[in-house]
Design a protein around this ligand. Sequence first.
Ligand SMILES: Nc1ncnc2c1ncn2[C@@H]1O[C@H](COP(=O)(O)OP(=O)(O)O)[C@@H](O)[C@H]1O
Ligand SMILES: CC(=O)N[C@@H](CCC(=O)OP(=O)(O)O)C(=O)O
Length: 262
Amino acid sequence: MEYIVVVKCGGSTVDELSPSFFESICKMKENGKHPVIVHGGGPAINGMLQALQIETEFVDGRRKTTPKVLETVEMVLSGKVNKQIVAQIQSVNEKAIGLSGVDAKLLTATAIERETLGLVGKIKAVNVSFLRELLEMGYIPVIAPIALDERGEKLNINADEAAGAIASALQAEELVFVTDVDGVLVDGQLQETLSVSEIDTYIEDGTIYGGMIPKVNAARESLTGDIKKVTIANGNGKNTDENGALIGTTIMKEEFIAQEDA
Ligand SMILES: Nc1ncnc2c1ncn2[C@@H]1O[C@H](COP(=O)(O)OP(=O)(O)O)[C@@H](O)[C@H]1O
Ligand SMILES: CC(=O)N[C@@H](CCC(=O)OP(=O)(O)O)C(=O)O
């Protein structure tokens, strides 16, 4: 299998994704690339938890997940958000299939720290052969970040972390985070490129905070493997190149930045 692109759609943007975003996904296929979509849904989960009067709390960017919270997370992610994206892709005439990590044991995870986070996991394994079969059949997999642990218990996974782990396991060429900002901003200025070493500096001085932290951390981890390029871009469809590819902040290994500059 050649060129795989993992695209993570953030919950911040999932209701705003423009037709041109879905067209850019189609263009990828026309250009011989294989998109795999991983999605979040934080704001929709918050809304449902509020409606159900279930308390929620974040610890270092991850949602503390009780059994009741997990039930709601799964209902919103696997039920509402996943099928919304699958329907939108199919409306531009592409074949899409919605799954969570529970289906076909797609994602296996272990709990990070039950005492503080409850049912929150870190991905240990991805059912790569099943995903590759779907890609070979021409399907775009759309994946909700719920995983199973070794005993078959469900765990909630941060969607940015899930996208990074799936991209690494698939040996994808590219990882794209689609969110509600144009990319990484420093003093209000969009950064076209960012090196791995700059990530640490900007997290340390507070320039990168909140929901941007898991994205740049997932970028850093993925770039230690086969992935050559990670992009953080806006889902509003306004920033695309002539091929319809999303433009935002590109995070690359130092040696690739050096090559591009040469
Ligand atoms: N340096 C930065 N540049 C741009 N956005 C940043 C930065 N640091 C933190 N953010 C925040 O990260 C948010 C995106 O993360 P998040 O809300 O978790 O989105 P998603 O649901 O797409 O994962 C932005 O809306 C912004 O508030
Ligand atoms: C463990 C954990 O925090 N899981 C996330 C999963 C969804 C997500 O990550 O959505 P975004 O991409 O919109 O942030 C949650 O429960 O909100």
